[in-house]
Design a protein around this ligand. Structure first.
Ligand SMILES: *[C@@H]1O[C@H](CO)[C@@H](O)[C@H](O)[C@H]1NC(C)=O
Ligand SMILES: *[C@@H]1O[C@H](CO)[C@@H](O)[C@H](O)[C@H]1NC(C)=O
Ligand SMILES: *[C@@H]1O[C@H](CO)[C@@H](O)[C@H](O)[C@H]1NC(C)=O
Ligand SMILES: *[C@@H]1O[C@H](CO)[C@@H](O)[C@H](O)[C@H]1NC(C)=O
Ligand SMILES: *[C@@H]1O[C@H](CO)[C@@H](O)[C@H](O)[C@H]1NC(C)=O
Length: 537
């Protein structure tokens, strides 16, 4: 791939027009006229090690290992006729994008679009740089608004006042960015378009991935959506549900959650292929009943500062979280509940998540009332219809018909942590079932796979499971599937657990699971993907 690509570039450049790398890069500022909606503000050559970027939270830093052309710019846009954000030189809204182009000799001929998290407003240039270092041309954006429009978790998000920005956030910003960063700039810089294009995003970024397949099926050859928030409206309703059902007496404090987590693990870790590794391989196989932890009459839930049992209200609260949000009219699931093994990270569900991510959606997109108090007033019947009518068309990506993406030969992989504290792990599974019943399981198997990650958290590790490899080598598997036609049915490597050990594991395409073959428990070669039913306990 690399040498073929270089031969083409050398031929195209004819050895005469190349100029210095620095001036070729700098000339990218000239691509757009001054009255264009797209502007390139910076284009400069950066030597290896010249960029030093921290991850969100700042604990990890990364540098560019290879010399790059670093390009930054903006796109003006507005809400178009079709209800999607569109380029518009007189648009009020501004998207900020960034592009890293590897020096020719290091370029692998592929473009990677990188998505966002949460309410976005920042560019995930840490993830971008990570993939730049393996030779991708990488583009990312802030999703169409700036972080200072997010409202700092106060229940009001200024950017949601502008429908163009709401549309851009999950549905359209990656497409707007790709048309500029890839189709114009990357193509001009290397004198030909990338050979293949991929997208990666987690959480909101996973939702952006599903939206790309739904609304822009031609844009990417391969899409990797992790921990997907593609049913964003109902995801935030699950936060509301969990908060409502744990208020007052039902609240599950840190001590109670840790006690539950310990008892659940005791009951479930022994039934899977790898006993006593502190991880539940498939929580659906464990039938632990939380009621067994209920206090006996007269028993105090806390003894010597240790939780020893749950009150009746706490048992009911926990059951509501496991069951998930329901439509009061017909009992249908609004969003799935949490499975066994997630308990220790339930604090956010009971406290901050709804106010941070859900309240602005209900107040600003659904009820047009900035004082609307959902915790008191949300009706789990007719109000669900209001959410589906007003907010869902703007931010969800839940079609069960991805046939346009399938027809163009696209491949789609989802990875989902079994111990995700934000997104109920069985949501992507249910959605896959919807897609299968609409398109037919055979057709779906031609282009989609779901990888469940035992003990995996939200976009990486769950702090309760530091022994679980947190680096999923899904993008490599996706590239192989797209370019060589080899579906990742023998599983995907995961590596680099936060505890620093060298443990690796084999992630398997659902509903298969890793079956242990013998040998080293901590090496992925010791596992084979097998039908769930083939695992004997
Ligand atoms: C980052 O480091 C701080 C302090 O060392 C720690 O409390 C926090 O959990 C770390 N965050 C992550 C995401 O590792
Ligand atoms: C990284 O992201 C921030 C915020 O989104 C941006 O301002 C900055 O220019 C980006 N790039 C680099 C190389 O730091
Ligand atoms: C909200 O966030 C913005 C941008 O991050 C910051 O400038 C501002 O001070 C914050 N306001 C509050 C009240 O925290
Ligand atoms: C009780 O336990 C908590 C959590 O383990 C600890 O932080 C706290 O200091 C303990 N309090 C006492 C009085 O021992
Ligand atoms: C909220 O405002 C929008 C736009 O003006 C309108 O279409 C919608 O009907 C309003 N929602 C409700 C629940 O009244």
């Amino acid at each position: 791939m690399k040498s073929l690509f270089l031969a083409c570039v050398t031929a195209a450049l004819g050895g005469t027009v190349q100029g210095s790398v620095g001036s070729r890069c700098a000339s990218l500022t000239q691509i757009y006229d001054s009255d264009s909606p797209t502007q390139v503000h910076t284009a400069k050559a950066v030597p290896a090690g010249g960029l030093d970027i921290s991850s969100e939270g700042g604990n990890q830093t990364i540098q560019n290992r290879i010399p790059i052309c670093h390009v930054q710019g903006t796109i003006k846009y507005s809400e178009g006729q079709t209800g999607h954000a569109e380029l518009d030189a007189s648009g009020e809204a501004t998207l900020t994008w960034e592009l890293f182009l590897p020096e020719h000799a290091e370029y692998n001929g592929r473009y990677l679009g990188v998505g966002n998290g949460g309410y976005a407003g920042i560019i995930d240039n840490y993830t971008m740089l990570k993939h730049l270092n393996t030779g991708y041309a990488v583009g990312g954006c802030d999703s169409g608004h700036h972080q200072n429009e997010n409202g700092n978790n106060t229940g009001y998000a200024p950017y949601m006042e502008d429908l163009a920005k709401v549309n851009a956030w999950i549905h359209d910003s990656i497409a707007l960015t790709t048309r500029v960063a890839r189709d114009s700039i990357t193509t001009k810089y290397y004198v030909q378009p990338p050979t293949y294009s991929y997208y990666y995003g987690c959480s909101t970024g996973g939702g952006q991935g599903y939206s790309l397949a739904e609304f822009y099926p031609g844009l990417f050859d391969g899409i990797y959506a992790e921990g997907p928030g593609n049913y964003y409206t109902h995801l935030v309703l699950s936060f509301l549900w969990n908060m409502q059902h744990t208020n007052a007496d039902g609240f599950l404090n840190r001590g109670t959650l840790n006690f539950m987590a310990e008892k659940v693990l005791d009951a479930c870790d022994g039934i899977d292929a790898v006993k006593d590794d502190g991880v539940i391989e498939n929580p659906l196989k464990c039938s632990f009943d939380i009621q067994t932890l209920e206090c006996k009459p007269g028993q105090n839930p806390v003894n010597n500062n240790r939780t020893v049992c749950l009150t009746t209200s706490q048992v009911q609260a926990a059951r509501s979280i496991y069951r998930g949000a329901k439509d009061a009219r017909d009992g249908k699931i609004v969003y799935p509940g949490f499975n066994l093994g997630t308990e220790s990270t339930w604090l956010g569900q009971q406290t901050v998540l709804f106010e941070s991510y859900g309240a602005p959606i209900l107040r600003q997109l659904v009820f047009n009332d900035t004082n609307y108090d959902a915790v008191q007033n949300f009706n789990w019947g007719s109000d669900l219809d209001a959410v589906d009518t007003f907010a869902s068309p703007l931010i969800d990506g839940i079609t069960a018909d991805l046939s346009a993406f399938h027809r163009r030969g696209g491949k789609f992989i989802t990875a989902q942590g079994w111990a995700d504290p934000i997104n109920a792990a069985t949501w992507p599974m249910r959605h896959l079932e919807d897609i299968q019943s609409t398109m037919g399981p055979e057709t779906v198997s031609e282009f989609m796979r779901l990888f469940m990650v035992p003990g995996g958290g939200h976009c990486g590790a769950n702090p309760a499971y530091p022994q679980v490899p947190a680096e999923y080598h899904v993008l490599d598997a996706l590239v192989e599937w797209v370019e060589s036609g080899k579906a990742p049915d023998e599983g995907v490597l995961s590596s680099s657990p936060p505890d620093g050990s060298s443990t690796t594991r084999r992630l398997c395409p659902w509903p298969k699971q890793a079956g242990f073959l013998g040998g080293d428990h901590n090496g992925w070669e010791s596992y084979k993907c097998v039908e769930t039913s083939a695992i004997v306990s």
